[in-house]
Design a protein around this ligand. Structure first.
Ligand code: E4P
Length: 216
């Protein structure tokens, strides 16, 4: 499974990318707004740090405006992916820009039906939001699993990008169901790394080693 970093924070992106564990990055308008930086400059900075796909979202809501925005964003870097919200106007825009070979990530997907339509209109990635489905009492990862399964049945090439990932359990489920990608917030990536038994085991190894040295 590919791991994308769900962040617009350049320090975090540089840190994890330098460890070789970041296959791509997803941003959204809320994440960029938190950083209080120029959108284009930040996206280009991220694209310079990470070789893989970097999603940058349009903020208009009519097809014509989204198409114009997408064409502009696509010129910012060769690895930029234009994020389009799953609304009717978004679908119209998607058809046009995917025909122009612009990479796309259709966001705010909450059902397999939406994912299927986005794939038909040419999406490179679809982003089902697991955590937000959990928030309203549904099973977000079950929706991710269904989309993965349905895309496999029909041989659909669009990649499934599990988003709105909130826990280690979500990450484990994304791996189990064969999601192509999970986009993970930095804080959760830290939790993926940490295990108390690793720390305990290492402390014991080092203590034994020091003990041996003291006795020789
Ligand atoms: C990424 O592409 C999504 O915008 C992000 O994962 C949404 O996460 P949230 O539901 O925690 O805001």
């Amino acid at each position: 499974m590919k791991i994308f970093l769900d962040s617009a924070n350049i320090e975090d992106i540089k840190k994890y990318a330098s460890w070789g564990i970041v296959d791509g990055v997803t941003t959204n308008p809320s994440l960029v707004a938190k950083e209080n930086v120029d959108f284009k400059t930040r996206v280009q900075e991220i694209c310079n740090v990470v070789d893989g796909p970097v999603s940058a979202e349009v903020v208009s809501i009519t097809a014509d405006e989204m198409i114009a925005e997408a064409r502009n964003i696509a010129t910012w870097a060769p690895n930029v992916v234009v994020k389009i919200p799953f609304i009717e106007e978004g679908l119209k825009a998607l058809k046009v820009i995917s025909a122009e070979k612009i990479m796309t990530n259709v966001t705010l997907i909450f059902s397999p039906a939406q994912a299927m339509l986005a794939a038909k209109a040419g999406a490179t990635f679809v982003s089902p939001f697991a955590g937000r489905l959990d928030d309203i009492g549904e099973d977000g990862m079950e929706v991710v699993a269904e989309i993965v399964n349905i895309f496999q049945i029909y041989g659909i090439k669009t990649k499934v990008l599990a988003a709105s990932i909130r826990s280690n359990q979500h990450i484990l489920q994304a791996m189990r169901v064969g999601s192509d990608v999970a986009t993970i917030p930095p804080k959760l990536l830290d939790k993926m790394i940490a295990h108390p038994l690793t720390d305990k085991g290492l402390a014991a190894f080092l203590k034994d080693w020091e003990g041996m040295k003291a006795n020789t």
